[in-house]
Structure formats: structure tokens, C-alpha cells
Design a protein around this ligand. Structure first.
Ligand SMILES: [Cu+2]
Length: 635
């Protein structure tokens, strides 16, 4: 496509890579021990392909043969540095016809024919993961509730309907069984603190896949406090045919242990951790090295909601400590992903263009311009931006454009200390969540309301600013609830862990600079290497991390795996700016908007192993704005 990629490949792996093309696939070849990890081969291939492919091939639908396995052209024509290719708009859709279900259906527990074990069961088809940490303690020792098991099958669905105007088409998602249809988002898991969960993830994606996306999986439970072997580390991708550079063996499935303890387990010595660290709105998604963007764009994401005795998921809970927020079926997760379609209404994506493919149609729980019929009562909505790049500022409006108010109760995984009442807007970047409560009881039956986005964005790099509203989802208040609405939003939600200023002042400081480099994105000048830790932190440690964006004109929503942090201070264009109320709680995504910095305080407790920090603009992530950091036993 252009010379910057060639230059880039040279700089990335000077003379270390070779790629051979085979029928139906490719394998990296390493001539010296340690000179080339499999993942680096994939990356080199991607860049080589990017450099060589002609423009018409870049916008491959998943049904086309143009994709990453195409043989590179050995003599690419040099081209001037181009801007992002301007794509024609997606064809018109038919609004407000497709209905979302009136309630989500939680995933039901499954019986595992083969009991889970701490060690990987490679002789029974499991991939060669590291053994589960603290298995006996976290799984086998009886805790508050017995362990519960789930199965999820990563699969292709050949006939997904985004909108009635578009043909049924291929998506990737998660299914409840080998014979069941995959959906996007995948089934919602409702989990509980004190109850360990094992999810057995099967990879049933077509291994002969062509087009964008790659049929390996590494499932990350975003925001989870879990052992690294269950974290979905990007190098831990697997299929029946391939193992990522940090796995020992390929496999058909992999068990993830989500112990559902609060962070601070070791510190508190109470068998459960610090309840002030509770997480609520988590989501699982593919995190395969170099292919997170296309795989997630194809649909590989789902919700994981976590409850405890405070946020108990029961609005009729008689326990005095229970908040009694609106609960299932009035607790409803909503994902928002920008997508683009060709003239025939088929999903298109450019997995080599470093500006990505900014979608002009927004899939809301996999449907474009859907309707949700609601009862005249309070609802809790968990809004999630699943990317790849678009940032939203949501408003609730009547058809005439008049803004309505709602209550903002949480950001990312967590509830605030106190609700933010009478809000009219909420902004979320990729992977951020907003937990809001809308009270539809104030509207007559028949009222129509719209969730709209007013943040205009014409390039993937950052939003342009507030502008005209785009209606994304229509609510129709169509009935009275069958029972009295006993839910509430109390004035006190979740106590936050205290910040100790002396401890913060004494904490080690790491500075991470996010920057554009050679047409890609780097952290402290380096691209992602899954085999090399850029920070090694003793278990139980606490640090101050400074996230710095030195490039104006780019937004980077930075995600740190494993534990949440607290924002201490922010700057914009070198000047200190206040931390807004919705960012004063715990967070796992830190949005750098233009030339800016964020100082945060973060702990590293209870587990050891490899984790990552990365930009959650999926394009930037896949183009190397990620780093590995490790927790080691404190000895
Ligand atoms: Cu970024």
C-alpha cells in the first residue's frame, strides 16, 4: 500500500523474519533459536501484506478471498504517504423494525463431561496453557458457593441479520452449544462473588477461513481480577492447529478460572477480598495477538455481570445492605460497535490500513437501529463501547430532540460512591462502560425515546466534537410493569478504597509515553512483543503510572489488565485539568484525548504472571500500541 510499512518492517524485525506461504496457511520460519516467535512472524506477515497489497484488495468482505494469507506482491510500487481512504457510505438501513429481546437470557450453567483441573488437559484436547494458579484454594476448597461451570463455543454464524435492509451474512460470536447458533454479543454470564466460575471456551471457528479476521481465539475477560493463564493474554491464542507464542500446545478448548474474589484477597485474609474493589460490568472478548480488531469487529464479544451482597441483582432483596438497583429482566446490557458495509450490504473491514475502518452504522447488540420495548418503570442499562475506534457521547432524547435526564451510577466495571443524578449525557470510549438508570415511569404508554450519539467523528483517530444527533436505539414505552417497581437508586452506592497520600508519594513511578511511530503506534518507542516484559512488579506492589500522549490529534483509551487504578491527576496541553466526577472512582480504561496525561495509582495483588497494557482503540492495539508487564512472587 505504501512505503511506510516497508520501512516499518525493517525497523521492527531487521533481518529476523522469513515467511513462507503454504497452501491453506503459512508458518513463520525461524533460523536461530529465539530469533522469531510465532507471533512476530504473524506481525511481519501482516506488515508485509500491508505493504504489498493493492488498494482494491484491502476492503475485503469476509466472503472474499482477499485476506492476510494472500501472497505478497514482491515489487510494491512506492506511494506517497496517503491519508485514510475515504469509503463510500454504507447503504441505507431500515430503522426501528428489528426488535431487541425484551430481556436478556442469562447463560445457563453447563455440565462438563470432563471435570476441570488445575493442569492443562492437553491429552484431552485442551490447549497447552499454564496451570491455574491457586487452584485448590480458588476452585476446589469449598467457598461461599460451589463452583459453577459454563461452556461457550466460538463459532461462525453464516446468517446474521444486522438490519432487514442487508442480506443475512457471516459473523463470528459465541454459542451455547456446538450445534447452537452463535450470537453477537455472545450469551451474558451472570456471576457472583464467592462463587468460582470455570468457562470452557471451545474454538469452533472455520480453520480454512479467508478474509479479515483470524480463526484463533484468546478470550479476555475485561476488568477481571484473575490469574494470567485465564486472562486471555494476546500471545495465548489457540486453535486446533495453532498455539500462540506463549502457549505450549494448540487445542480445541481452554478452561478459564474466574475465581470471583475481590482484589485484596491476600491483604484482607477474609477468604473473599476487599468488597470496596467490587466489579460489576465486565465483558469478554477476543484478544488474539494482531487480530483483536477484526475478530471483535466480526462479533466476538459478550457481557459478564458480577454481583455481590451489595449489588445483588435482586431489586426485592430484603438484605439491608442490598442496593436494590433495577434487576433482571430490567438490568440490560447494551453494546455499541461501529460497522461499515459495502454496496451489497455486507460487512467490510480493512485490517491493514493503520487508520482502520471507521464504521458509519452502529450495531446495538448486533442490530442496526433496533427497537427496545420497555415497561413504564426503572431500567438499569450497562452501556459498552466495543469499538473498534468510535467514541460516543450518548443523550436520551424525545423524537423532537429534547434531552431527557437519567442517573449515572457507574463507570467501567464499578459503581460510584454516589449516583450522579439528572445527567443528560455520558461519554464513553472503546471498552469503557457507563452504568445508567432510566426511569420510564414518568412517560405515558406509547412514548418513544431515542438513545442518540452527538459526538461527531469522521476519522478513527479522534472525535471532531459535539454536533447533530444520530439516533441509535429507539425505546418504546409500551406497557405497565406486571408488578410494582420496588427498585431504587440509593444516595450511597459503593464505598471506594481509601487513597493513602503517604503511600502514593512513596510509590515507584513509571512513565509510559504513547506515540505515533512509523505509521503505527508505540509505547516508550517500542512495539508490542508478547515474549518480553517491559515491567516486572512484585506481587502486592503498588505504583504510580503516568500515561502520556505526546501526539495532538489522537485519542487513546488506555486499558490496564488485572487491577483497577484511581486517577490522581490529569493534564491537557500541559495544563492541569480537574478529574471529572465520573472518573473519580476506580477505572480500568483511561482516555487520553489529544496532548494529555493521566497519573494513576494502581495495585498488583493476589496473582502473578503476564498481563498487558494497551490502547483499546483496536486498530492501535493491533498495530502494536501494547506492552507486556509481569507480576512476580515477592521473595
Ligand atoms: Cu490508541
Amino acid at each position: 500500500m505504501n512505503s511506510k510499512f516497508l520501512a516499518n518492517v525493517d525497523k521492527l524485525e531487521p533481518g529476523t523474519w522469513q515467511v513462507s506461504i503454504k497452501a491453506g496457511g503459512w508458518e513463520p520460519q525461524s533460523s536461530a533459536p529465539g530469533s522469531l516467535a510465532k507471533g512476530e512472524g504473524r506481525r511481519s506477515f501482516l506488515k508485509l501484506t500491508a505493504a504489498a497489497m493493492a488498494a482494491p484488495l484491502l476492503f475485503a468482505s469476509p466472503d472474499s478471498s482477499a485476506g492476510r494469507r494472500r501472497a505478497p506482491n514482491p515489487t510494491p510500487a512506492p506511494a506517497p504517504e496517503p491519508g485514510p481512504v475515504v469509503l463510500p457510505p454504507s447503504p441505507p438501513t431500515i430503522p426501528w423494525v428489528e426488535e431487541l429481546p425484551s430481556a436478556i437470557t442469562p447463560l445457563q450453567p453447563a455440565t462438563l463431561g470432563l471435570a476441570p483441573t488445575g493442569e492443562a488437559q492437553v491429552d484431552r484436547g485442551e490447549c497447552g496453557r499454564n496451570k491455574h494458579q491457586r487452584w485448590a484454594e480458588m476452585y476446589a476448597t469449598p467457598r461461599q458457593y460451589p463452583p459453577v461451570h459454563y461452556k461457550l463455543h466460538a463459532k461462525e454464524n453464516p446468517a446474521w441479520v444486522f438490519n432487514p435492509a442487508y442480506p443475512p451474512q457471516r459473523i463470528w460470536g459465541y454459542a451455547i452449544g456446538a450445534g447452537a447458533a452463535a450470537t453477537t454479543p455472545g450469551p451474558t454470564i451472570m456471576a457472583r462473588y464467592g462463587q468460582p466460575v470455570v468457562v470452557r471456551f471451545f474454538n469452533r471457528l472455520p480453520q480454512d477461513h479467508t478474509g479479515f479476521g483470524s480463526p484463533e481465539i484468546s478470550v479476555h475477560l475485561h476488568n477481571a481480577h484473575t490469574g494470567s493463564e485465564s486472562d486471555g493474554f494476546p500471545g495465548d491464542y489457540f486453535s486446533p492447529l495453532k498455539a500462540g507464542p506463549t502457549l505450549a500446545e494448540p487445542g480445541q478448548w481452554k478452561d478459564h478460572l474466574y475465581s470471583n474474589i475481590y482484589a485484596g484477597y491476600d491483604q484482607m485474609q477474609n477468604g473473599i477480598g476487599d468488597e470496596r474493589e467490587a466489579l460489576g460490568t465486565l465483558w469478554y472478548h477476543d484478544h488474539t495477538f494482531d487480530f483483536t480488531a477484526p475478530n471483535l469487529y466480526l462479533g466476538m464479544a459478550g457481557f459478564y455481570l458480577l454481583y455481590d451482597h451489595i449489588d445483588s441483582g435482586n431489586e426485592r432483596d430484603p438484605n439491608p445492605s442490598a442496593l436494590r438497583l433495577p434487576s433482571h429482566p430490567y438490568d440490560y446490557p447494551l453494546s455499541f460497535g461501529d460497522r461499515r458495509f459495502d454496496a451489497g450490504g455486507r460487512l467490510i473491514y480493512d485490517q491493514v490500513e493503520p487508520d482502520g475502518t471507521l464504521g458509519d452504522k452502529i450495531a446495538v447488540n448486533g442490530k442496526i437501529e433496533p427497537v427496545l420495548k420497555v415497561a413504564a418503570r426503572k431500567y438499569r442499562f450497562r452501556l459498552l463501547d466495543i469499538g473498534p475506534s468510535r467514541i460516543y457521547e450518548f443523550y436520551l432524547q424525545k423524537a423532537n430532540g429534547v434531552s431527557q435526564t437519567f442517573t449515572h451510577i457507574g463507570n467501567d466495571g464499578n459503581l460510584f460512591a454516589a449516583p450522579l443524578k439528572n445527567q443528560t449525557s455520558v461519554r464513553i470510549a472503546v471498552a469503557e462502560r457507563a452504568d445508567i438508570v432510566i426511569d420510564f415511569s414518568q412517560y405515558p404508554i406509547g412514548t418513544e425515546l431515542y438513545l442518540v450519539n452527538r459526538l461527531v467523528q469522521t476519522r478513527s483517530r479522534m472525535p471532531d466534537g459535539i454536533g447533530a444527533a444520530t439516533q441509535l436505539l429507539k425505546f418504546v414505552v409500551d406497557r405497565y410493569p406486571p408488578e410494582q417497581d420496588l427498585s431504587q437508586v440509593p444516595n450511597v452506592l459503593r464505598e471506594q478504597p481509601p487513597l493513602d497520600l503517604a503511600e502514593i508519594a512513596a510509590a515507584p513511578v513509571r512513565r509510559w509515553v504513547f506515540e505515533r511511530k512509523n505509521g503505527m503506534w508505540a509505547i516508550n518507542g517500542q512495539f508490542f512483543n508478547p515474549n518480553s516484559a517491559r515491567a516486572v512488579i512484585p506481587k502486592g506492589g503498588a505504583e504510580v503510572w503516568e500515561l502520556v500522549n505526546i501526539d495532538d490529534g489522537w485519542s487513546h483509551p488506555i486499558h490496564i489488565h488485572f487491577e483497577e487504578g484511581r486517577i490522581l491527576s490529569k493534564t491537557k496541553d500541559g495544563v492541569a485539568v480537574p478529574v471529572p466526577p465520573y472518573e473519580q472512582g476506580r477505572k480500568d480504561v483511561y482516555l487520553l484525548q489529544g496532548m494529555s496525561s493521566i497519573r494513576l495509582f494502581i495495585r498488583f495483588r493476589d496473582y502473578v504472571g503476564k498481563y498487558v497494557m494497551h490502547c483499546h482503540n483496536l486498530i492501535h492495539e493491533d498495530h502494536a500500541m501494547m506492552l507486556r508487564w509481569d507480576i512476580k512472587e515477592d521473595d
